[in-house]
Design a protein around this ligand. Structure first.
Ligand code: MLT
Length: 243
């Protein structure tokens, strides 16, 4: 199986993702938030680019059926119910609800892959579940890192490295150069991911804003063994039957 890795959404051309199996990673924090919400029983996420688009979509829902979530500059958006802190997406808050989410980089990366054959949402929290799924599908895969403001983020590279490393335990992979870098960095730092991340741009920004606990939460492996899939504009847990 061939794996191609894109350090940012902009580095992937349309034809790199079209009709392919795509995995999107935004460890800090959009994909970790989406995985958490679905693991805690929310109905679905609708990822959108603009605040205005989110508010307009919300108008189609009954008051208790939806929540607005996300961030700008890593902070809660005025008038929204939830920020982009995964720890806010607890079962008592999200169960059964549709969450309309907009984030600076993560939801853009997901939407960029709209023409893919399948889009899977990944982070450290669901590495093993995503690997099982990729193996089962058995197709060449593109991995897209959301990065931060158009530049790559080390935490996404490490999570892709974790997926590649785990996949390689059981199947033979053909990797591009960035895939090799991801695997190398992960395997040389897997015992203490925080050590290598300290001082990186987005990590430091989240620490400054008081979100250390989110970082700790997002870096834990396999705490939410589900596979979220993005299809027809909506992200849902592939383990749940759709009505
Ligand atoms: C994003 O999509 O840019 C992020 O997930 C930022 C964050 O809230 O940490």
């Amino acid at each position: 199986m061939r794996i191609d890795v894109y350090a940012t959404p902009d580095s992937a051309r349309e034809k790199d993702l079209k009709d392919r199996m795509v995995v999107v990673v935004d460890v800090l924090r959009a994909t970790s938030t989406i995985i958490t919400g679905l693991h805690n029983g929310c109905r679905e996420f609708i990822p959108v680019i603009d605040i205005e688009e989110a508010v307009n979509i919300a108008k189609n829902y009954e008051r208790d059926a939806f929540l607005l979530g996300g961030e700008r500059n890593a902070q809660k958006i005025e008038g929204f119910h939830l920020s982009n802190s995964p720890r806010e997406y607890t079962r008592d808050v999200v169960e059964g609800r549709t969450i309309i989410i907009t984030t600076t980089n993560g939801t853009k990366a997901i939407r960029k892959a709209s023409d893919a054959k399948e889009v899977i949402i990944a982070g450290f929290m669901n590495v093993n579940a995503v690997c099982d799924y990729i193996r089962e599908i058995g197709e060449d895969t593109a991995m897209v890192c959301a990065g931060t403001d158009g530049r790559f983020s080390l935490e996404d590279i490490l999570a892709v490295g974790a997926i590649i490393s785990k996949l390689e335990d059981e199947i033979r992979l053909e990797l591009d150069d960035l895939g090799m870098v991801c695997r190398y960095l992960y395997e040389n730092n897997e015992d203490d991911l925080e050590r290598i991340l300290r001082g990186t741009y987005h990590y430091s920004r989240l620490v400054e804003l008081g979100y250390e606990k989110d970082i700790e939460y997002c870096l834990k492996m396999n705490t939410a063994p589900i596979v979220p899939i993005y299809q027809d504009g909506v992200i849902w847990n592939i383990g749940n039957l759709r009505d």
